[in-house]
Structures are given as C-alpha cells and as structure tokens.
Write a protein that binds this ligand. Structure first.
Ligand SMILES: Nc1ncnc2c1ncn2[C@@H]1O[C@H](COP(=O)(O)OP(=O)(O)O)[C@@H](O)[C@H]1O
Ligand SMILES: [Mg+2]
Length: 324
C-alpha cells in the first residue's frame, strides 16, 4: 500500500531524509519512530504530496507521489503535526469545507461528515467553534478531516503529541479502531504510542533507516544482553566520568557503556553486555580495582524505550539524560 524506494530529501545543506526504503502492506498499522529531527515529518510530507523528494520514489495505493499527486491525495488522509484547523469555524462547517476541497460531492457530504464525526467520537461537538475545543477534541477533529474522504491510507504525524494521558488513551483507541479499514503510518518520538498501537516499527534516525521489524522481534532482539545500571563515586574527589567510561568499556564482555548523568561527584552509567554474556561480577571487580565507591549496581529494566535508544544511538556515543 505504501512503497518507498531510495527516498532522499535535502533542504539546502541538510540531508533530512537519506536514501530510505520501506514498504507497508495493506491494513497494517506501522509506527514511524525516531527522535526529533530524524526526518519523520519530511517523509510524511513527501508521502502526502506536500513536498517533492530530492531523489528516489514513493508510491501510495499504487500511485506515484511525484507523477500522480491527485490520485495519491484522493487515497491519503493526512493529519499534520499541527493541523491547520480553522479556529473560527464550527466543526461541521470545517469538515464540510475540507470535504469539498477533497472533492466529495455535495450529495454525499452530509453522510461523510456524519460518519467521520461518529468514528472520531466528536458528534456532540459538531456545532462547537473549533477554537473553543480542548486539545484532545481538536486532535479528533484533525482525524475526522483526515478520514472524511475515506482514504485507503492514513498518515498521522505525532497524533498524540501534546495531549494529556487520558486524551492519549482515547486517541490511541480511536486509531486502533480506524486500523481495520485503513493502512496507517503514524510517526512518534514517544515510545509507548508505538508499543500499544503498532504491529510493525520503522526506526529512522538522522534521516537514515535504522531498522524495520515487528514490535515483537524488536523486543526479542534486545533480549539475551545484560544491562546494568551502575553509579559510582570518586574516593578522593570528584570522578572523571569520561575516564571512568573508558575504563568500563575495557571490561570483558561489555559491549556498550552510556553515561547517564553526573552529579555531586557521582556518575551513573548504563552498561550493556555482549549477547549472552554476564558482566555484573566483572563490572563490580573493575569498580573495586579502580578504587571508586560503589553506590549502585543493578539490572536495568528493559523496555522499548531503551531498545530504541540503543538502536538510534551511535556506537559508544554517550548520552546525557536527554529529552528522548
Ligand atoms: N523546511 C525546512 N527547511 C530546512 N530544514 C528543514 C525543514 N524542515 C525540516 N528540516 C530539517 O530536516 C531534518 C528533519 O526534520 P523533520 O522531518 O521535521 O524531522 P522529525 O519530524 O523526525 O522531527 C531536521 O534536521 C530539520 O531541522
Ligand atoms: Mg516531526
């Protein structure tokens, strides 16, 4: 249903999307995952014919995004990161406006609006001015405009960003319900969104494809490696974290060390073993030999968040308790 081949997009000197290829089969919900700036929005804008690619090709529902944009647009519903809602219109008028733009015949318009409102659970807000709606409601209006022409494919850019936890659950439930009838690609930089909704995951970082896999496989791939959280302190004065990291990287069986934070002369590291290796004894020994004070050494809980960070982190790159 979606086929992307060697797609690239350059903005001046920035290569926002770098030669990515993937396919999405009919009826699937696929998570398009990557940190901010990864190139998700750019890719989605190409898929929805809002931006031309610099190189490569993309087909949606069998039509080429460059050569057959009208055919593509008929078959794609797009929820942009910041949907251009007309805040002075009421929901119904807005949907009518969008419906007409999308070429829905006047005779069909009311039925289409009814259906979209029902499916997005915004019936009671039909007469409300969009500017007065809560963020969660607005997002559902955004979804309603995306599905109004009953497209084969839905492209949803960060559909749950900026919502409160209750609204997030509602939106996820709604997206899952839409999945039966539509092929969905949804982007997110927040993992739980994917964990609960998507069957497959496409991970991109810095414009490059990192991996495509089922959610299950992705989790599986990371099993078998031991991950420890280690907090140490210098015995005579503050610890040199970079030096400590290099030392930990030398420990037998250690595949990767990431500095998590430094505070009050302490440093916290996440240490991952090579697959199948047990490293806690060796790590503890290294701490003693280095003369550091051991504050904490425990297994890290593994979740998709960490898997993701690992997949997108460059080898041996340190990270400093960021916002991802
Ligand atoms: N209109 C633009 N002009 C120049 N650079 C852009 C533009 N849009 C995005 N970029 C850059 O392209 C890269 C990818 O951005 P984007 O596709 O928005 O990523 P994401 O949606 O994954 O956060 C970023 O480095 C961003 O700064
Ligand atoms: Mg984006």
């Amino acid at each position: 249903m979606i086929k992307v081949e060697g797609l690239s997009k350059r903005y001046g000197r920035t290569l926002a999307v770098d030669n990515i290829s993937f396919e999405v089969q009919k009826g699937q919900i696929v998570g398009f995952l990557g940190p901010n700036g990864a190139g998700k929005t750019t890719t989605m804008r190409i898929l929805t014919c809002f931006l031309p690619p610099t190189a490569g090709a993309a087909q949606v529902a069998g039509y080429d995004v460059v050569n057959q944009p009208l055919e593509v647009k008929k078959r794609v519903g797009y929820l942009p990161e910041n949907p251009p809602l007309y805040t002075e219109l009421d929901v119904e008028s807005y949907l009518a406006f969008v419906g007409k733009l999308k070429g829905i015949r006047r005779a069909d318009l009311k039925a289409r609006i009814d259906l979209a409102c029902e499916r997005c659970a915004i019936e009671e807000a039909r007469k409300t001015i969009i500017g007065k709606l809560s963020k969660g409601y607005r997002q559902r209006v955004g979804l309603a405009q995306a599905i109004i022409h009953n497209p084969d494919v839905l492209v949803l850019d960060e559909p749950t960003s900026g919502l409160d936890p209750k609204q997030i659950i509602e939106t996820r439930t709604l997206i899952k319900k839409l999945a039966g009838d539509h092929t969905i690609i949804l982007s997110t930089h927040i993992l739980p969104a994917v964990e609960q909704v998507c069957e497959r995951v496409i991970v991109i970082n810095k414009g490059k494809l990192v991996t495509i896999d089922s959610l299950e496989n992705l989790m599986q791939r990371m099993r078998g490696a031991e991950v420890l959280l280690l907090t140490v302190e210098g015995r005579d004065g503050p610890l040199d974290a970079a030096q400590a990291q290099r030392r930990l990287e030398q420990v037998a069986g250690v595949a990767r060390v990431a500095l998590q934070e430094t505070a009050n002369g302490r440093a916290a590291f996440e240490i991952q073993s090579s697959p199948g290796r047990s490293i806690h004894t060796e790590v503890a020994r290294a701490v003693l030999e280095a003369g550091w004070l051991l504050r904490e050494l425990r297994p890290a809980a593994r979740n998709l968040e960490e898997v993701f960070l690992e997949l997108t982190a460059e080898q041996k790159e340190t990270r400093s308790g960021g916002d991802q």
